[in-house]
Design a protein around this ligand. Structure first.
Ligand code: F6R
Length: 607
């Protein structure tokens, strides 16, 4: 399967490897602690002595520490997991051992063809102990190991498709660590008589500030006094280390000033990860083949806005009548007259109102599906099926990459639904899938334009009220733009269907009320231009968000935020990313506590 190969920011689990003279446990556990901000649902460690000493535990690192004895040994690996496959339970925690307990491996990423590989390996007699995709790697390495770990890793990686950062140790090579990466981050830390490998800089920063960045399809072999890097094909590479001058806090934010900004910039890789292994076929959507008359999407806040966009997609692509409702309202509504499929969207999977809505929907006898980011979260236990968005941990309170990946998951469901309902021809589906594949690239070009958005932010940051207007698929996009702005900048912002302005809100517009118009070039475009005219006539500053090919747009407004020209169906993706940046820069101009806005919590567990 072909994927765009340029995204290096895939951040999920935390991994660490150490070889040197010190006690490996005393390096690995604090390093894992530094990686916990990446999320955790289980953790584990393996240290080489006469045998491989392996300990793993469900839950936070503390749980592992509590059971961990003093471990002798100067070489080892560790992992904090943030699950994408398999429940967050002990048997699915890393590291994994091979059948003979001679190889230990940790992995960050997704092995797409693990099912086929697992079947083959089981036929050959390998015994699996977990539900993870990762475990195939350790058995493949066992299969190919003939005394040289690097060779065995190289051979194993030729069999796998997908993304990985792996770190491997073997009892037969007691001084050596082998690491490899493809599409998941991995760095090497250069020390004196010791070397490190980690998924992220904070893990090693207290020991060394000399770092080598590994690139895709590279293998590194580390001993305490040497680091050798080769390509997957065996070509040796010389790469100098670079000095990192970040503080620990900067390092956790990847050098960004706020988690929110980091998470906005992670979106190309997050989209890529949501799509991974799902474009050609998505077994997870087999439930779409059952009978239902309509779809009901239920969620709160930003996730509800994703649901409103989902409504457009399902109706447009699959011709299935769809409604989107807020969880807190659904719970008190009357049962449907038909038999709906209920889709609950929740980043955290812990939002009390959405959990309550899931229970109510089940109680009413409907089939329930959750779209969530957190494996093993409460909602996954309430519903019949789960689709994970794989956005990675989101720390900023304002939802960004979780929203965009929810949308991507909804596009995938819509395509599969269209195919199941035969409202979409194979060629049309192929065309939309090609569009999906290009989304990371479009997202990246919005980010490349961040400076232009920063300038617009400076012009509107003193406003007291701001309106966002949209039509059709641009309307929920406007709602989300307004929510992002109000929650982090504390400016009162409202999203409105552009056609509704004249039915009331126009009374609020003054020369001090900027209006941001989402100008998607669909059949509603001309009407949007008229609405912009109405607003301009009241003297309000006008800003449009439109396609870069739409040169004329600037004639109608005071300023334009241009996003790459994209098929209208996908417009919410680049436009929402632009509006996230706008909200961010406005909040920054106003010195707001961006990652932790007042009165808000990341997951709302009260009703
Ligand atoms: C806004 C935001 C909230 C959440 C809402 C639902 O940026 O983050 O509106 O979207 O609280 O949370 P989840 O998706 O976790 O159910």
């Amino acid at each position: 399967m072909e994927y765009i190969n340029i995204y290096h920011g895939v951040r999920m689990c935390g991994i660490i490897g150490y070889t040197g003279k010190k006690n490996a446990r005393s390096i690995i556990i604090p390093a894992l602690k530094r990686l916990e901000y990446r999320g955790y649902d289980s953790a584990g460690i393996a240290v080489i002595n006469d045998e491989i000493q392996l300990y793993k535990m469900k839950g936070e690192l503390e749980h592992l520490e509590r059971i961990l004895p003093k471990l002798e040994g100067n070489i080892g690996i560790g992992h904090t997991r943030w699950a994408t496959h398999g429940q967050p339970i002990k048997k699915n925690a890393h590291p994994f051992l091979d059948c003979k307990k001679k190889t230990a491996l940790v992995h960050n990423g997704i092995i797409e063809n693990y099912m086929e590989l697992k079947e083959e390996l089981m036929k050959e007699g390998h015994v699996f102990t977990s539900e993870t995709d990762t475990e195939v790697l350790v058995h493949l390495i066992e299969k190919y190991y003939k005394g040289n770990l690097e060779d065995a890793v190289r051979k194993a990686l030729k069999d796998v498709q997908g993304s990985y950062a792996i770190v491997v140790i073997h009892l037969g090579n007691k001084k050596e660590i082998v690491a490899a990466r493809n599409e998941s981050p991995l760095i090497l830390g250069v020390g004196d008589d010791e070397n490190f490998v980690a998924s992220d800089i904070p893990a090693i920063l207290e020991h060394t500030d000399k770092v080598i960045y590994m690139m895709n399809r590279e293998i590194a072999t580390l001993t305490e006094d040497n680091i050798k890097i080769t390509t997957l094909d065996g070509k040796e590479i010389t790469r100098e280390w670079e000095r990192v001058d970040w503080s620990l806090e900067d390092a956790e934010k990847g050098g960004y000033e706020h988690f929110m900004l980091k998470e906005i910039f992670e979106q190309p890789s997050a989209i890529h990860r949501t799509l991974l292994g799902r474009i050609l076929d998505m077994d997870e959507t087999n439930f779409l083949k059952i009978h239902f008359d309509s779809i009901k999407i239920i969620a709160c806040g930003t996730s509800y806005h994703a649901g409103l966009i989902g409504k457009y997609l399902f109706e447009r692509i699959a011709k299935v009548p769809t409604t989107a409702e807020m969880s807190s309202e659904y719970r008190h509504s009357s049962p449907s007259f038909e038999n709906p499929l209920v889709i609950l969207i929740s980043q955290s999977g812990e939002t009390a109102d959405t959990l309550g809505a899931a229970r109510e929907a089940k109680h009413r006898g409907y089939r329930t599906i959750a779209v969530t980011n957190v494996v093993g979260s409460s909602i996954t236990r309430e519903v019949d099926e789960v689709i994970y968005t794989r956005a990675g941990p989101e720390i900023g309170v304002a939802a960004t990459k979780s929203f965009i990946t929810q949308l991507v998951a909804l596009y995938i469901i819509a395509i599969n639904l269209g195919l199941a309902k035969k409202t979409l021809t194979y060629d049309n589906a192929k065309h939309i899938k090609e569009g999906l594949r290009s989304l990371p690239r479009y997202a990246q070009s919005v980010l490349d334009n961040a400076d232009m958005i920063k300038e617009v932010a400076k012009n509107i940051c003193h406003a007291k009220d701001i309106f966002f207007i949209g039509r059709n698929i641009g309307f929920p996009t406007a709602l989300e733009g307004a929510l992002k702005l109000k929650e982090i900048s504390y400016i009162h912002a409202e999203g409105y269907p552009a056609g509704e302005l004249k039915h009331g809100p126009l009374a609020l517009l003054t020369k001090e009320t900027p209006v941001i118009a989402i100008a998607v070039k669909d059949h509603t475009y001309q009407k949007m231009l008229s609405n912009i005219g109405e607003v301009a006539a009241r003297g309000s500053p006008t800003i449009a968000v439109g396609y870069e090919s739409d040169e004329d747009l600037r004639k109608y407004v005071d300023s334009v935020i241009y996003v790459p020209t994209i098929e209208n169906l996908f417009a919410p993706i680049p436009i929402s990313i632009a509006l996230q940046l706008l909200a961010y820069y406005v909040a920054k101009e106003r010195n707001c506590p961006i990652d932790k806005p007042r009165n808000l919590a990341k997951s709302v567990t009260v009703e």
